[in-house]
Design a protein around this ligand. Structure first.
Ligand code: ADP
Ligand code: MG
Length: 247
């Protein structure tokens, strides 16, 4: 058990055919810390995200969650140990209301754990769903169908859906992609709030956006880890300046 990391990759590689998308990436992500994985387009960020979320399995190397080797687990088992990802708009039921979307996710979570007691819990689930909508700033949109929400609000709703499983780690791939400056600000404030309760890992190519909110940064370039540290460390890193900032 390694108390200083909640999730860790040891020498993970991911090949697509003969192409090496990731080579020997060893990283420890600290609990309760907002960590961002950055790097230019094609650096391997989304591939790494998919390894952390269990969507891909590494070609070699290992993944540990709270000291346990989870490399061989199936994608849904990653979710079960407490790793959630947001930003798949496909997770939403467009015709259902915001409240229903979150309640369905809560229902799935409680029934998975055998906690489901239909008669007394329906109201409780609705209340909890409303609470989660409150966390993401959508309480006043509870009765609106998901498809009628603005883009930024749909993304906030996806976060509420992800939070329904009470994850220990929330992974987000480019959470502000396609957002207006106002929506981006709202999302960044929400991310700051989320990290008070859990570990948050962002994957982002917009360096400026993450520098302001991240406590730790991990920099990938051509599938390799080239730097790791605080925003100040990264700003001062010559290699990063060369391959990324000057890019
Ligand atoms: P990033 O998210 O940093 O932009 P990706 O992880 O999406 O980078 O991609 C890293 C490299 O791996 C790119 O060169 C990309 O073309 C390649 N790649 C990603 N996914 C696949 C795949 N499923 N099959 C083949 N090549 C892929
Ligand atoms: Mg990507």
């Amino acid at each position: 058990m390694n108390a200083e990391s909640i999730i860790e990759t040891r020498s993970v590689c991911k090949n697509f055919g003969g192409f090496k998308a990731l080579t020997d990436v060893s990283v420890k992500i600290r609990p309760g810390v907002l960590t961002s994985i950055i790097g230019p387009n094609g650096a391997g960020k989304s591939t790494y995200f998919n390894l952390l979320s269990g969507a891909f399995s590494p070609s070699s190397g290992q993944i540990f969650f709270m000291g346990r080797d989870i490399t061989a687990l199936k994608p849904h088992e990653f979710a079960r140990v407490g790793i959630a990802k947001s930003f798949q708009i496909t997770n939403l039921f467009p015709h259902f209301t915001a409240l229903e979307n979150v309640r369905i996710a809560l229902q799935a979570h409680v029934s998975r754990y055998g906690l489901w007691r239909p008669r007394c819990d329906l109201e409780g689930l609705s209340e909890r769903a409303l609470d989660l909508l409150g966390v993401v700033g959508l309480r006043d949109r509870a009765a609106r169908p998901a498809r009628e929400l603005a883009h930024g609000q749909q993304r906030a709703l996806e976060i509420a859906v992800a939070l329904a499983a009470d994850p220990k780690i929330l992974l987000m791939d480019e959470p502000t992609a396609g957002m207006s400056p106002e929506e981006t600000k709202v999302m960044m404030d929400l991310i700051r709030k989320l990290v008070e309760q859990r570990t948050v890992v962002l994957v982002e190519h917009k360096m400026k956006m993450v520098m302001g909110i991240s406590e730790r940064l991990i920099v990938l370039h051509h599938g390799e880890l080239i730097a790791e540290g605080t925003p100040d460390d990264i700003r001062a890193n010559d290699l990063v300046k060369r391959v990324y900032l000057g890019h």
